[in-house]
Design a protein around this ligand. Structure first.
Ligand SMILES: Cc1ncc(COP(=O)(O)O)c(C=O)c1O
Length: 344
């Protein structure tokens, strides 16, 4: 049976250009622990891409590591990280930030469309007693961009929420596990969506969009960057052969590969969502990028599974569908014919 992959963009393979970059870096030897030329060039490249002269970059091997390390460099052990109630850092990282952050806690802030609302953020900031050691002190605001439910914050919303947080002395982090998908959907520059909108540190994902276990922490805040030198090592994230991670991120950014791969994922979702709308399928989220949560009868879900569609069941009548850089127009056409039959 031919299967069609909609479980996760993590299930997709490695983009050929990125795989080739690993072979290209595998010539001769190079000094270890990130002191190599490829890693030095990566920092320069990140500065160009983010239009920021002093940005620093720390390659790591997972999105959880990028988030936890970035957040703990911005948050004291007695602090709290405010994020949306559905955020990955709150629900799906096993408390990594609290562990690496010496007990720093995460607090959910509600908001429509799986995004924090400005009023809810103001309420969260007003509801604690500042300076009272009985309360974790809000120290960081973290966006998930795109959100775990496939929606995105417009640049204006990132700017507004960051300004509210900064007025209370918070730092701002962005979980960009699918950052390229957000950039493509918004049509803005990396700088506009990050430091120009008040963001101090970004977890820049690549693995979900064609990389091979390569993510990077991009930091605009000098003090946080200085801490990350030590925090990455102490948590075991200064890999000895870092050049093979750095080269992946280099290849990812070269010739706009990251944007081209993300555009494919997003465009395939546009086609899938349009076809499902014609079939009157109920959507849980607005699929701004490459992720759709959809409701349908359980017997239709069973039918789709038997037809070879791979997806996650999120509840008895809810499924998650994720497109990737590898999804083809033919995959979508075939999938839609299965949906048609399942819902007939
Ligand atoms: C929004 C978001 N952030 C972070 C992560 C963590 O990435 P990793 O699984 O590489 O630790 C994920 C993974 O699914 C994610 O969806």
């Amino acid at each position: 049976m031919n299967t069609i992959e909609f479980r996760s963009d993590n299930a997709a393979g490695v983009a050929p250009q990125i795989l080739a970059s690993i072979a290209d870096a595998n010539v001769g030897s190079a000094i270890a622990y990130g002191h190599d030329d490829v890693t030095a060039q990566l920092e320069q490249r990140i500065r160009e891409v983010f239009e920021h002269d002093t940005a620093r970059v720390f390659p790591v091997t997972s999105g959880t590591a990028a988030n936890a390390l970035a957040l703990t460099a911005l948050c004291p052990p007695w602090g709290s990280v405010l994020c949306h109630t559905t955020a990955h850092i709150l629900n799906s990282e096993g408390g990594a930030t609290s562990m690496l952050g010496g007990g720093a806690v995460m607090k959910g802030v509600p908001g429509d469309d799986f995004r924090m609302g400005a009023d809810a953020l103001r309420t969260a900031l007003a509801s604690i007693t500042w300076g009272d050691p009985h309360h974790s002190q809000p120290s960081v605001l973290s966006f998930t961009q795109p959100t775990d439910m496939g929606t995105i914050y417009p640049v204006e919303a990132v700017t507004e929420l960051s300004a509210i947080a900064k007025a209370s002395g918070l730092k701002v982090h962005l979980d960009g596990a699918r950052f390229a998908n957000a950039l493509v959907a918004l049509g803005c520059s990396p700088a506009q969506l990050t430091w120009k909108a008040g963001v101090d540190a970004v977890s820049l994902g690549a693995t979900k969009n064609g990389g091979l276990s390569a993510e990077a922490i991009v930091v605009f805040d000098d003090a946080a960057a200085d801490e990350l030198v030590y925090r990455t090592k102490r948590s075991g994230h200064v890999t000895s052969k870092m050049r093979f991670q750095s080269t992946q991120i280099q290849a990812y950014l070269a010739d706009d590969l990251w944007l081209r791969l993300a555009r494919n994922s997003n465009d395939r979702m546009v086609e899938l969502a349009a076809g499902l709308q014609e079939l009157s399928v109920e959507f849980v989220n607005r699929p701004d990028v490459n992720m759709l949560f959809a409701r349908m009868p359980a017997d239709a879900i069973d039918h789709l599974e038997h037809a070879g569609l791979l997806f996650y069941r999120m509840g008895p009548e809810t499924i998650r569908l994720v497109t990737s850089w590898q999804t083809t127009p033919a995959d979508i056409e075939t999938a839609l014919s299965h949906f048609h039959a399942a819902l007939a």
